[in-house]
Write a protein that binds this ligand. Sequence first.
Ligand code: SF4
Length: 417
Amino acid sequence: MMFYTLYANDRGELLDDPGLQMLGGSGGKWVTPDPAEMMPLPEGASLVTVPQQRAVGLDGYGKPKLVSNEEAAWTAAALLPQGFTRTLIPAGVEIEDYAGKLPLLGYTAIGFHDGQVYAAALQADEHRKWHPDNFNTEDLPLKIREFRKKYPGNQIYAQLERCATEYSCFTAQNIFYRRWEGGIPTTNVCNARCLGCISEDHIGVLLPQVRLSFHPELEEVCGVGVEHLTKAEDGIISFGQGCEGDPVLNAEFLSGAIRRIRAAAGAGTINMNTNAGHAEGVKKMCAAGLDSIRISIFSCLKHNYNKYHNPRGYDLKEVAESVKIAKEYGCFIALNLLTFPGFTDRESEIEALLTFVRKNPVDMIQFRNLNIDPSQLWRRIDISEEGIGIVNLVNVLETEAPHLRLGSYTPPVGQKI
Ligand code: SF4
């Protein structure tokens, strides 16, 4: 099965070059995709031009070649909907002075076969609840107005209105749709400096979101939490959203909120997305009634963990301790594996990940496409070791850690309404 190169012209039109085979990126090298790494472009994906990157393909002599065309030929890519894991990044030649400045988006390699656009991706979880058709619907503005009218002074609903409309955040919109996983942002400080943080810049790129600037009152947090868990279908409230720092640093305050929410709403799931770099904070929130915890992790190798997360006052050992503590309180534990083709699928990284999940009681691995300019990573992370492929990574995890659930989202674990 052969895939041909797709590219975009200056007018943003998608074109194919039948003389060039598709190339994709894995780590620092270009590869031709294995058919198992490709799938027809998933519903809800969008096609984009990669800024300032010239399109390339493989010629009949097996040599990488720039797409030559009367007008400029730019690298074309897909942005995948949630639930799909990227297997290859786009191949292309960066325009010199733009290197490292790509926006924090999950550019995914695409190719052309049999008249159809294919993406270098695999489906990692069910698509229903996160299908883009379920969001940004016509009735959303009215639903937001209803909440703002009912709770005029609640700062969190004001923030969520911005998140739902400006950032098109699905967990913010779910609060207004009264269903599924809803986000409750509360904290603007963090004890890490992740390279790919979307609300605080650590690498000199434009950010998709602005970090939260207020400290909500307990009443405000409880109001949003109880409203959602008492009325939402399969309700989950999640502390730790893209627009905030890390909620575990706010454990004292949030433990109070969790107790009050749990007392008023017996059903639903209370979840925290965190770097888990504060075991005492995790303990407090679990003791208060947290049901599940999702821990963002780039690598289980200390040196690569530190290079990506730049932790302040904690390390990977404390993250492991947090996992043990959370399990002692019966929490469902997921790793939010920041997945990057050519890095996460290296044998050394896979070995370290398997060791971590064998030593620590993790229930699930969620694959999260890491949205960052590759050159920002390769400037800091040794590039010499090659990956075995994201598809093979998944196969190894299924074989070597069959107890693990693999997917993309936090499942409802609390009681149903
Ligand atoms: S833990 Fe979250 S908020 Fe903190 S730096 Fe990392 S991505 Fe940003």
